[in-house]
Write a protein that binds this ligand. Sequence first.
Ligand SMILES: *[C@@H]1O[C@H](CO)[C@@H](O)[C@H](O)[C@H]1NC(C)=O
Ligand SMILES: *[C@@H]1O[C@H](CO)[C@@H](O)[C@H](O)[C@H]1NC(C)=O
Ligand SMILES: *[C@@H]1O[C@H](CO)[C@@H](O)[C@H](O)[C@H]1NC(C)=O
Ligand SMILES: *[C@@H]1O[C@H](CO)[C@@H](O)[C@H](O)[C@H]1NC(C)=O
Ligand SMILES: *[C@@H]1O[C@H](CO)[C@@H](O)[C@H](O)[C@H]1NC(C)=O
Ligand SMILES: *[C@@H]1O[C@H](CO)[C@@H](O)[C@H](O)[C@H]1NC(C)=O
Ligand SMILES: *[C@@H]1O[C@H](CO)[C@@H](O)[C@H](O)[C@H]1NC(C)=O
Ligand SMILES: *[C@@H]1O[C@H](CO)[C@@H](O)[C@H](O)[C@H]1NC(C)=O
Ligand SMILES: *[C@@H]1O[C@H](CO)[C@@H](O)[C@H](O)[C@H]1NC(C)=O
Ligand SMILES: *[C@@H]1O[C@H](CO)[C@@H](O)[C@H](O)[C@H]1NC(C)=O
Ligand SMILES: *[C@@H]1O[C@H](CO)[C@@H](O)[C@H](O)[C@H]1NC(C)=O
Ligand SMILES: CC(=O)N[C@H]1CO[C@H](CO)[C@@H](O)[C@@H]1O
Length: 815
Amino acid sequence: MGWLICYLVVLLLSHILSFCTCQDKLLPGQYISGNHTLVSSLGTFSLGFFKPENSTKYFLGIGFNTFPSTALVWVANRESPLDSPGFFTLNNDGNLVVLDQTRRNLVWSTNASLSASAINHTTALLADNGNLVLSFEELTLWQSFDHPSDTMLPGIKISLNKKTGQQRRFTSWAALDDPRPGKFTFGLDPNVPVQGFIWNETTPYFRTSVYVGKGTTTEFLAGTATFFSYNSDDDEIHGVYSVSDSSMKFRVWLNPTGTLEYLLWEDSSKAWLDVGHLPSDNCDFYAYCGPYGACRKGEPPSPPCKCLTGFTAKFPDQWAVGNWSGGCVRENMWTCTNNTRGNYVKFGNVKLPDHSILLNNMSMSQCESECQQNCSCTAFAYVNATDQGNIGICLAWFGELVDLVENHNIAANEIHIRIHGELGKNALSDNSLKRTLVIALISAAVGLLIITFGYFFLWKKRLGRIARKMSENKSTVIAGGVKNDAELPLFSLKSIFAATNNFSGDNKVGEGGFGPVYKGILPENQEVAIKRLSKKSGQGHQEFMNELKLIAKLQHTNLACLLGCCMEEDELILIYEYMPNRSLDKILFDPFEKTKLDWGTRFRIIQGIAQGVLYIHKHSRLKIIHRDLKASNVLLDGTMNPKVSDFGMARIFDINQIEAKTNKVVGTYGYMSPEYVLYGHVSEKLDVFSFGVLLLEIVSGKQNASFYHCETSLTIAQWAWELWKEDRGVEVPDSSLRDTCQIHEALRCIHVGLLCVQEAPADRPTMSSVIHMLEADEATSLPPTKEPAFSTSRNTSPVTIYSKNVVSITLPEPR
Ligand SMILES: *[C@@H]1O[C@H](CO)[C@@H](O)[C@H](O)[C@H]1NC(C)=O
Ligand SMILES: *[C@@H]1O[C@H](CO)[C@@H](O)[C@H](O)[C@H]1NC(C)=O
Ligand SMILES: *[C@@H]1O[C@H](CO)[C@@H](O)[C@H](O)[C@H]1NC(C)=O
Ligand SMILES: *[C@@H]1O[C@H](CO)[C@@H](O)[C@H](O)[C@H]1NC(C)=O
Ligand SMILES: *[C@@H]1O[C@H](CO)[C@@H](O)[C@H](O)[C@H]1NC(C)=O
Ligand SMILES: *[C@@H]1O[C@H](CO)[C@@H](O)[C@H](O)[C@H]1NC(C)=O
Ligand SMILES: *[C@@H]1O[C@H](CO)[C@@H](O)[C@H](O)[C@H]1NC(C)=O
Ligand SMILES: *[C@@H]1O[C@H](CO)[C@@H](O)[C@H](O)[C@H]1NC(C)=O
Ligand SMILES: *[C@@H]1O[C@H](CO)[C@@H](O)[C@H](O)[C@H]1NC(C)=O
Ligand SMILES: *[C@@H]1O[C@H](CO)[C@@H](O)[C@H](O)[C@H]1NC(C)=O
Ligand SMILES: *[C@@H]1O[C@H](CO)[C@@H](O)[C@H](O)[C@H]1NC(C)=O
Ligand SMILES: CC(=O)N[C@H]1CO[C@H](CO)[C@@H](O)[C@@H]1O
């Protein structure tokens, strides 16, 4: 209850002052007890004592300050539950401690060793990313991110110290009502090459694909609009999540039954959406088909398990009744002598089995002969290190092959399995090796961690395929190396270094979807924006380039102009024209800046965005669906002319294609249409929907995302609709427009906005009729508008289809 009250206070204050006055720091002598809390500066997280639902025990924890329920992300005294709320304070030795109600018994401590000068001078801060930090002056002595519980937040790392073997793992709760450490942990396998694991106590429960190589690999997590990066150096390997939009609330939760859930807070439904989970398929369960069995992911196949070529079920009776765990054995005795030249069967598109051994950096034939020389070698694979271009790494297996998954599609590899006899062709003849990457993408589940190992590659390959397909008929656009007007200028890395002062922090102007953005000055004094994409291998660059050239072909005054790119030494850099007035959201949602946007400017911006979107939908040869239209993707040039930017998520259609279906729902919640969120349907009407939300935001100066605070309306569209219905449309425009607003234009805009956010795609206008309607004179009447999507009661809204999987932990009731 206390958290709730605090939350309401925050809510009230944030309406008046736009910031939170709740305390986020703990100073010497202060304490938290009973129903008091610390609240992070922007109100995202709070810290206090809580009692899990159905439990009688109390714990000190940090949770997302979401309403109506708090999602706990960290618990301090997990192993020492309290019978009543205790005290949380800075101890005499400078450490953060939890004491019981008598204040005599120490229940939990940060246990940092502190210098004498630090004692009595330490402070604790609950940061807005959910990290509790104990510090002395500028020095961090302890932080909760180094001691995770069961939840990964952006910034928390899973790690493995290669020298000491020390691991940072996540540990599930024992039960939903019991935060004590449970059976399941999630972390990295201490053996090389690196693999992620969920363990049930010490038994593997789920395993990711194999990761080899050094350096940083950043992957885009489909469906979640988040990224996962691996970094490996000589000492440590770690994985960390990041979000493309820091206002997004995202967590990965290892639940008490061992499932990793990817959860994204949706403001409009006030609920955590399950955007993916692991394991999600029988084949994800570790060793589901036993030794030498291959699990067939997909369709669903019947039966799910089969034996590798040359092997047969060990317990056929058990296999007949669907108990696959016994696995397979060799059909013929395998005798290995020094002269036996083993045969290998090649399997493609598989998740490599567990227990591989990393052999040295060698050629494919050396790899094979390495396996050949050792009679206990059962298989080898030659994989490309993700970060090192085409340098191959040799992996070999000595012993049983377990947890091999076919049709894996994600970070898939080829394996060569050693068999007896004369076989030696392709082992997957009975299987659809021809499964293309496109199908791979369509069938891949959403937001899985496996994706972290390979999704980004596939994504780039898919773009490459589309580009190649297009190129059949338009070689002038695509043909690499052929000079033509679509050729994208290449910049040297040296000139980019010079333009950005070696990527100095002072030049950094933002963090885009795929990497940081810097301001740069070219030798001719031309200002440019430089986007540095995450470091990737040479693989896929060509395809990526082709895609860039397609985008470069789009030239319109309302689209951000790509000036060139740079691909040298693993760098992939894009150069755009520089926009001095940054993105629309920075001005529109700032209480002081927004006054610079008078009605005339806003109306021009609305029309400009509409023109830009119409252009990509109706471009002469391609049809492009932007999929991520929102205020932060609209840039403003020096004359406040809007430019639609960020085509990182765009889909390219053949000109006659009306609709496509995707299982990868990428975009920004609140701007996505219902048919897209629920069924992955992509059409022009998705952009029309986002445009409608954006239009209402521009007229009202209110952010769609802010509406979850509001009890009566879940979305900006619903709010505007309620007023519209009651003929109170004049209350929608921003109060800062009082002096400049042309009310008939504003009402027309609101009307068009409401038409664009209607539930049924067919009811929404096309961009060209949007433009006609915006330009029409006062006398022209517009079609009547229906109730917007996502506005009916949540019980009947389609969003509940998602909400049924949502898990959040409810706040404790007062004692
Ligand atoms: C907080 O606890 C105190 C005493 O324990 C109680 O009097 C007060 O009403 C509580 N406040 C809220 C908001 O629950
Ligand atoms: C609490 O108990 C109720 C009734 O037994 C049950 O429905 C609910 O799921 C429980 N909640 C948790 C978090 O265990
Ligand atoms: C702190 O150290 C004490 C003694 O070294 C140990 O018993 C206790 O478990 C430690 N607490 C934590 C939270 O690590
Ligand atoms: C810390 O403060 C306490 C109480 O004010 C005092 O008794 C103690 O001597 C101080 N310790 C140091 C190292 O200054
Ligand atoms: C975890 O392992 C235990 C035995 O160690 C087993 O009883 C339980 O079913 C396993 N849990 C799952 C979800 O497989
Ligand atoms: C499945 O098969 C294995 C191997 O034959 C056997 O040990 C196990 O008991 C079987 N499990 C069930 C549930 O029948
Ligand atoms: C196998 O042959 C290699 C060279 O051909 C030889 O060095 C090795 O000693 C032989 N091993 C056995 C077990 O005969
Ligand atoms: C692989 O071998 C080549 C040449 O032998 C060497 O230059 C390169 O550094 C090696 N790479 C790794 C990862 O060991
Ligand atoms: C074969 O490889 C295994 C595992 O690496 C090793 O233990 C064994 O000594 C090797 N045998 C030969 C003959 O090299
Ligand atoms: C290429 O042109 C042929 C014939 O002109 C046409 O059938 C085919 O659909 C075109 N392909 C694409 C991808 O536009
Ligand atoms: C950038 O780095 C290069 C070499 O690393 C150095 O020579 C040059 O002076 C640096 N330039 C700036 C502007 O810092
Ligand atoms: C509203 C705003 O920031 N406008 C600026 C846009 O950029 C031009 C040129 O840099 C400035 O003069 C405006 O003040």
